[in-house]
Write a protein that binds this ligand. Structure first.
Ligand code: XMP
Ligand code: MG
Length: 178
């Protein structure tokens, strides 16, 4: 797969180290609480799997899948829930686990949506953050890495459903898109 990779932006070693650090921090912050990790499919699946195993308190895990409406309504921040949670989150401490925050519209919507369901708290943990692209201000509680405004793949993140299985975060060569 190296043939498709332009530049490695975050190495496998750095991801591993950072995920471990986030796990330690989350463990500290949620001691004695009823933590539920909510992974956003499909991009966050691999991050979720590693992050969950770096947290040293009992957690529950569920997943949601969302898709944003077409470009015309995108600025409203309305996203469609394609797969919802299986259980009630009332009274629970929710940590949304996402692959990347870009404009912030997806996580802005999800935070509101889960808060309205009666969660005790709703926080965000994202592996990657592209702050240059932000349109709405969303508080990011746990962040893996800040990256420049470049399209990236790997460690769960895809281009046309491919490259999710790269063990690092990278940009793609121009010829992949053409
Ligand atoms: P917003 O703009 O709502 O979007 O914060 C977050 C979602 O946009 C996708 N996204 C990317 N997907 N490479 C991708 O494959 C990228 O560089 C990229 N940037 C944003 C992603 O689905 C994320 O959940
Ligand atoms: Mg996503």
């Amino acid at each position: 797969m190296k043939d498709f990779v332009k530049e490695v932006l975050v190495s496998e070693e750095n991801i591993e180290k950072r995920v471990r650090e986030l796990g330690i921090q989350i463990t500290e912050d949620y001691k004695g609480k009823d933590l539920m990790l909510v992974g956003i499919l499909k991009g966050a699946a691999i991050f979720m799997a590693d992050l969950a195993r770096s947290i040293d308190i009992p957690v529950t895990m569920d997943f949601m899948a969302v898709s944003s409406y077409g470009n015309t309504t995108q600025s409203s921040g309305v996203v469609r829930i394609v797969k919802d949670l299986d259980t009630s989150i009332e009274g629970k401490d929710i940590l949304i686990v996402e692959d990347i925050i870009d404009t912030g519209l997806t996580l802005g919507y999800l935070t509101d949506n889960l808060t309205k369901r009666g969660a005790r708290s709703v926080r965000i943990c994202t592996l990657l953050d592209k702050p240059e692209r932000r349109k709405v201000n969303v508080p990011v509680d746990y962040r893996g890495f800040i990256i420049p405004d470049e399209f990236v793949v790997g460690y769960g993140i895809d281009y046309a459903e491919k490259y999710r299985n790269l063990p690092y975060i990278s940009s793609l060569k121009e010829e992949v898109y053409s």
